[in-house]
Design a protein around this ligand. Structure first.
Ligand code: AP5
Length: 214
């Protein structure tokens, strides 16, 4: 099963993708994580994208499509979760072509609906485990008091450089200008389902599971 999690920054795509990886043996393909990895390891491409990401702008279609193409060559296990990809109509068309080349199809596009006011607090309160990537939030899922990640025991709490109000405004602007048209695109293709992303994490999980099991 191959699915897209679609939603604005902070909608909970990464949080839900991790759960699907654990419970359905799926592979999370987060273009944001891939780009951050390239940035941290100081590759040429990482240097090119660093400023773009810090500003909250989108990286070029060519770069992210190339990253996804490479990943589709590898193990597909229980299927792919596209998290943060596609983000433009050109990326959506490229994904359709890549899947077709591999004899694969897209089984569901899950739009996570969250109101903009909630996103500021979600983004500015977010941290992750530097070792396993478990996602935390200062209010709803605080970093453990003993300083150890509940998932892996790691002790490094990380915050993203673009998780501030200024970058978030730009990320939201990019989302509404370039990514939100994908909602209509997938609706017209008969592939779109929507969940209320404002509920408790477990409730959102259940809603997504119901769509995937239908
Ligand atoms: P990317 O890394 O994809 O970031 P994003 O889309 O902005 O999404 P986030 O990771 O910020 O949010 P999320 O929806 O995963 O939320 P999370 O689960 O963490 O992209 C970063 C940058 O890379 C882009 O700006 C762009 O520059 C570049 N880029 C990436 N892909 C690209 C592409 N395809 N094309 C071009 N450029 C690209 O949750 C957020 C917080 O909320 C957490 O603290 C979590 O604990 C909490 N939370 C989650 N769910 C709930 C809930 N139900 N209730 C309460 N709290 C919750």
């Amino acid at each position: 099963m191959n699915i897209i999690l679609l939603g604005p920054p902070g909608a909970g795509k990464g949080t839900q993708a991790r759960y699907l990886v654990d419970t359905r043996n799926m592979i999370q393909l987060s273009t944001g994580d891939m780009l951050r990895e390239a940035k941290d390891s100081g590759t040429e491409m990482g240097k090119i994208v660093a400023d773009v990401m810090a500003r909250g702008d989108l990286v070029t279609d060519e770069i992210v499509i190339g990253l996804i193409r490479e990943k589709l060559e590898g193990d597909k296990a229980g299927g792919f979760i596209f998290d943060g990809f596609p983000r433009t109509l050109a990326q959506a068309d490229a994904l359709a072509e890549l899947l077709e080349e591999k004899g694969e199809k897209l089984d569901a596009v899950v739009e996570m609906q969250v109101d903009d006011a909630a996103l500021v607090s979600r983004i500015t309160g977010r941290s992750t485990c530097g070792d396993c990537g478990e996602v935390y939030h200062d209010e709803t899922k605080p970093w453990p008091a003993d300083g150890k990640c509940t998932n892996c025991g790691g002790t490094t709490q990380k915050r993203r450089a673009d998780d501030n109000e200024d970058s978030l405004k730009q990320r939201l602007m990019e989302y509404y200008k370039k990514t939100s048209p994908l909602i209509g695109y997938y609706y017209a293709k008969g592939q779109l389902s929507s969940v209320d992303g404002l509920g408790e994490i477990d409730g959102v999980r259940a809603a997504i599971s119901a769509i995937l099991d239908a």
